[in-house]
Design a protein around this ligand. Structure first.
Ligand SMILES: [Zn+2]
Length: 84
């Protein structure tokens, strides 16, 4: 999901952390992205409050989807470990 920067109109993305991925794998990166900040190439980190109400709703939905996905993957990995 892409959002537009409220300051300059550039496309922005959710913050990405390589260290979060290395420590916790795919589940870690999903959680990091669900709770992480949004970053604009020109303006840096953008606070949630600076976005429009419509964008904030989309972000909340996106975060919930990512958390659910992370939980599903987590349970799946847990079951694979238990089977061995
Ligand atoms: Zn910007």
């Amino acid at each position: 999901m892409a959002y537009k920067c409220p300051k300059c109109g550039e496309k922005i993305h959710r913050g990405y952390s390589e260290s979060a991925q290395k420590t916790a794998g795919l589940v870690g990166i999903l959680f990091y992205m669900a709770f992480g900040a949004f970053v604009c190439k020109n303006c840096g980190k953008i606070a949630r409050s600076e976005f429009s109400a419509a964008d904030k709703t989309k972000m909340t939905v996106g975060s919930i989807i990512m958390i659910i996905l992370a939980l599903v993957i987590g349970v799946f990995i847990f079951m694979l470990i238990l089977e061995k």
